[in-house]
Design a protein around this ligand. Structure first.
Ligand code: GDD
Ligand code: MG
Length: 376
């Protein structure tokens, strides 16, 4: 295999990656109704659109130019982030007419890349919260001379991910996306959704049609003898693809368990954004975020939850591990645990909504005739 590492080439391109692609075009189906009005990367986590954390971390690792590959609700990204200068970045946006899949999306932005054929380009899934040492992944790529290097992490149940077994040198031996049979579960190492591609490899992905990088590009590269290198680490890692994971990720950012330079304010038990109002005797804990203009009434207790902008929490509501959408109203003494309340929805007083319950955007749930004690 070719090696570009340490060969005395001029310039410093081997030591640094200045360019990245962010895949942010997925529909976020599992996060509904959070993603009805807002694409997954733009849902606020720890007070800012989730994507802000990824952009800030990439910037901190030396990335200067990022191309966002957008599709679903593409129009909301650019008005928020603009040219990226407020984050010290140069941002570009490319929108697919039809969703092109992960590989198709990478190929579709190739014309915007400034890197030369041998240069490394970072690629990130847009829904991953991680403490990945981006520079270590770049070093792995440089030192191994790989065509593509992948961040891998270990999870107890790998079935919802891409399985990536490696040999004793960390070289990838197979790529099994979302295994269907027990025989396919050959490892607990999974694709963590961050790659370094040699730029010329991106140009070999077929253009103009949907391509899955996981199901098509990686297996084909392996079959053709290309060098895919894995870097396993055990740093913080979470795919924010489900409401439970999203809420946990936001809380971990506030608590300081997940690293990001973009959390507004100090790390701690809670984050209350400017212009939110919280009654003095309300209790906020476990990394709870109260968004701009939201209000929390007397006696409410909120733990490990996300209250988005303009939401209203009435007195003595008890909320844990839940997400309350923009402008939604949670009535007095309501008990939410692991629930998602869509934007603008109203949950009438005394309702109890537990694990996995979802109230659609704008829906109205009448008050319950049964009163639950909030002091169990
Ligand atoms: N532009 C664009 N176009 N982006 C897309 C498209 C598309 O057609 N489809 C998906 N994406 C983006 C999503 O927005 C997300 O940021 C990323 O690609 C991955 O898509 P997900 O839908 O979140 O995939 P997943 O979580 O089921 O699986 C992926 O991530 C796992 C790690 O979290 C795979 O890469 C797995 O192999 C991996 O283990
Ligand atoms: Mg995902």
């Amino acid at each position: 295999m070719t090696s570009s590492a340490g060969s005395g080439s001029t310039g410093s391109r081997d030591d640094k990656v200045t360019e990245a692609i962010l895949l942010v075009g997925g529909k976020g189906t599992r996060l509904r109704p959070l993603t009805v009005n807002t694409p997954k990367p733009m849902v606020p986590a720890a007070g800012v659109p989730f994507l802000t954390h990824q952009l800030a971390r990439a910037r901190a690792a030396g990335v200067e130019h990022i191309v966002l590959a957008t599709s679903y609700l593409a129009e909301v990204f650019e008005p928020h982030f603009g040219d990226g200068s407020s984050l010290g970045l140069s941002l570009e946006y490319v929108t697919e007419k039809e969703p092109l899949g992960t590989g198709g999306a990478i190929r579709n932005v190739a014309a915007r890349l400034r890197s030369g054929p041998e240069d490394p380009v970072l690629v990130f899934n847009g829904d991953i919260l991680t403490g990945l040492d981006i520079e270590a992944l770049i070093a792995t790529h440089r030192d191994s001379g790989a065509d593509v290097s992948l961040h891998l992490t270990r999870v107890p149940d790998p079935r919802a991910f891409g399985l990536v077994p490696t040999d004793g040198n960390g070289r990838v031996t197979a790529f099994l996306e979302k295994p269907q049979t027990p025989e396919e579960i050959v490892t607990n190492q999974i694709n963590a959704g961050a790659y370094v591609f040699r730029r010329s490899v991106i140009d070999t992905i077929p253009a103009g049609r949907p391509v899955s990088v996981e199901r098509e590009t990686f297996p084909e590269l392996l079959a053709s003898g290309a060098h895919l290198q894995g870097m396993v680490d055990s740093t913080y890692w979470l795919d924010l693809g489900t409401p439970q994971a999203f809420v946990r990720g936001s809380a971990d950012l506030v608590l300081g368990r997940a690293p990001s330079p973009a959390v507004p304010g100090r790390r701690g038990d809670r984050l209350v954004l400017d212009s939110a109002s919280v009654a003095p005797d309300a209790k906020l804990s476990g990394g709870t975020v109260v968004g701009a203009g939201a209000s929390v009434a007397s006696g409410a207790r909120i733990d490990g939850s996300v209250i988005l902008a303009g939401a209203v929490i009435e007195e003595s509501a008890v909320i844990s591990a839940s997400l309350v959408g923009e402008g939604a109203r949670v009535g007095a003494r309501v008990h939410l645990d692991g629930a998602v309340i869509g934007d603008g929805a109203v949950v009438g007083a005394d309702n109890e909504l537990l694990h996995g319950a979802r109230v659609w955007c704008g829906a109205h749930l009448p008050p319950s005739s049964v009163r639950f004690s909030s002091d169990q």
